[in-house]
Every structure is written in structure tokens, then in C-alpha cells.
Design a binder for this molecule. Structure first.
Ligand code: PCA
Length: 327
């Protein structure tokens, strides 16, 4: 081989190496599993987040959303991100209340009454939540609340006693505890399987947001929605810390910036869309009603019991959050 050709080949090889292995050139791909359908407001927000990151990094970080539990089921996503099977993911925080009571706080009934309260509770519980997740190798990107939870039922409900014996869809420890306290039969089902569970009659009653009732076409089996304003539990978008730290600094900054925008946008859209979701339930033939005073009072008592239980489990950190929140 002559010297000139040799030099040319060396240059070609060097350029190839630089573009393949130099992190400044490499494109990074992240998978982002979520448990909710593509048209859900959380999922739309996730997609916008991914688009923003793509744009801000000139295509260097590509995030692919896998919605509706298609890559991992809702309650498996956290472990998948911890284990690095997915770099990032969206979790329903209170699904992990059995790992740590702090994760269950936003689902405990009647602590937060509306969006302003729920935001305040998040600001106050964020440091404790982040510390725990950091210890598990996770970083919080952003968090958005679901619409205030109400109770769906095949039959009309006038008091908590009417829930007794009904097949109650539970999806985490908190909703399971509600079932116990009202004497319902808990059946564990994630949102992606709710439509099917309703169709087969496996579920007659459940508590969730207007959005999930809409996503599940609840009206096909369920006639009643009671606006209980039970809680505004949150989804959290988390990332594996190692995957995050493997990004170059400008890309990390772009992710953090897009996440902050997504958090703001998500809370606004959650609140704005609540009315629309409720209208869709009514339009499709459901009775969307305020609960009777008796029903509301019964549930409030259950909420008090659950908050006391939570405070016992959550110890000093939990008490500090609630004290600050009540101030
Ligand atoms: N929808 C999800 C989580 C909370 C909510 O409002 C669900 O029902 O599974």
C-alpha cells in the first residue's frame, strides 16, 4: 500500500471513530414506558416533553414513549428504570407506597382539596420523595397530578355502606385500604386493564380520576360518578441516575429544562381538562353527581383513619410534611 493511500485510510478511520465513539457526536436513545393510553393528558404531555428534548438537543437525545403498559405494566415501570431495562419512565407514585409511606401520601384521601393544595403538598413532600428515590438510583424529572378522584359505581351510592361487598378495583395499598374500611372486595387491576375488567363484571366500583374513567369508557358498564374530590395523586417521570449522568452537560441541562416546562404544562392541562372529561362522562350517559352529605361524611371519616395510620407509618418525616402543610 502506498503512503498516500495509507494516510487517507487513517484519516477515514479516525473520522469514523470520532463520530461513533465521541460522546459529542453520539445519539442517545431512551425508552420511556408509561401505563396510560396515547390520548391521555399525561401521555400527550410526555410526548411534548420528548419532542422538546429532541429539539433542544438537535436530535442528540431521542426519547421513545411506550404508552399503555406496552413495554412494562404500570406497576413494573419503577423497577425497570431502577434496573436500567428502561432509562426513564412514568410511574404512579402511590403504587409504591408499600416501599415507603412517603410515596403514598398524595393518595391518602382528603388531605388535598384541589389543585392549589395538591401543589403545595408536592412542594413540601418533594425533598423527602427525591431523597428516597435518589437512594434507589433514580432521579425525578417532573411530576403532574391526576384530576381529583371520585367514585364510579354500577349502582347508585348513598352512603359508604352501599359499597359493602361490591367488587372494588384497587390498584395500590391506599385504594386497597379504602376497600377494607368500607367492606368492599378488592380486585387489583391497573388502568390499562380496567375496560376489560368492567366488561367482564370483575369490577363494580372504583375510585379514580375523570381522565381514567374517560380513557376506560366507564360508561359502557358504569352509570354513576360521584365527585368526591378524594385526592389528586401524581404521576412522576423518573430517570435512572446512571443514564442521566452518562449524558453530556448540555444534554442534561436540556432534559432538566424540558422537564420543568412539562411539569407546569401538565398541571395546567390536568386542571383545564377536568371539566371536559366530566362532560364526556355525562354526554355518554353517566350521572355525574355530588355525593350525598352522608356519603361524603362517611368517606371523610375513612380519610381521617387513613391519615392517622399514615402518620404512624411515616414517622417524623411524615409529620413534618403534614405540619408544614397545615400551617
Ligand atoms: N388514574 C390512574 C391512576 C390514578 C388515576 O386517576 C388509575 O386509575 O390507574
Amino acid at each position: 500500500m502506498n503512503k498516500q493511500l495509507m494516510r487517507k485510510l487513517t484519516i477515514v478511520a479516525a473520522v469514523a471513530l470520532a463520530t461513533t465513539f465521541n460522546p459529542a457526536f453520539a445519539q442517545v436513545k431512551w425508552d420511556l414506558p408509561s401505563g396510560y393510553p396515547p390520548g391521555n393528558f399525561h401521555t400527550e404531555n410526555l410526548q411534548q416533553f420528548a419532542n422538546d428534548v429532541d429539539k433542544a438537543t438537535n436530535g442528540k437525545l431521542k426519547i421513545t414513549i411506550h404508552s399503555n403498559g406496552s413495554l412494562f405494566k404500570a406497576n413494573e415501570i419503577k423497577r425497570a428504570v431502577q434496573g436500567g431495562q428502561a432509562q426513564t419512565g412514568e410511574i404512579f407514585l402511590s403504587n409504591f407506597g408499600n416501599e415507603d409511606p412517603i410515596f403514598a401520601l398524595d393518595a391518602v384521601p382528603f388531605i388535598a382539596n384541589g389543585y392549589a393544595d395538591a401543589k403545595k403538598l408536592w412542594q413540601l413532600s418533594k425533598p423527602a420523595t427525591e431523597t428516597r428515590l435518589n437512594k434507589q438510583g433514580l432521579k425525578v424529572l417532573y411530576s403532574v397530578a391526576w384530576q381529583p378522584g371520585g367514585i364510579y359505581s354500577v349502582k347508585p351510592l348513598n352512603s359508604a355502606a352501599d359499597l359493602k361487598g361490591s367488587k372494588w378495583r384497587a390498584y395500590n395499598a391506599v385504594s386497597g385500604r379504602i376497600a377494607e374500611l368500607v367492606g368492599a372486595q378488592p380486585v387489583t387491576i391497573q388502568a390499562a386493564e380496567l375496560s376489560q375488567a368492567l366488561a367482564t363484571g370483575a369490577v363494580e366500583t372504583f375510585a379514580t380520576s375523570s381522565a381514567t374513567g374517560y380513557d376506560s369508557k366507564a360508561w359502557e358498564q358504569v352509570k354513576y360518578f360521584y365527585e368526591i374530590n378524594m385526592s389528586l395523586p401524581k404521576n412522576l417521570v423518573i430517570v435512572n441516575q446512571q443514564a442521566f449522568l452518562a449524558l453530556d452537560k448540555p444534554t442534561q441541562d436540556a432534559v432538566v429544562k424540558a422537564a420543568a416546562a412539562a411539569e407546569e404544562r401538565g398541571w395546567t392541562s390536568s386542571e383545564d381538562k377536568n371539566k371536559w372529561y366530566l362532560e364526556q362522562l355525562a354526554k355518554n350517559g353517566m350521572k355525574v353527581e355530588k355525593p350525598s352529605v352522608k356519603f361524603q361524611t362517611d368517606l371523610k371519616k375513612i380519610g381521617d383513619t387513613m391519615l392517622n395510620e399514615w402518620l404512624k407509618q411515616a414517622g417524623a418525616d411524615g409529620k413534618a410534611i403534614i405540619d408544614a402543610y397545615r400551617k
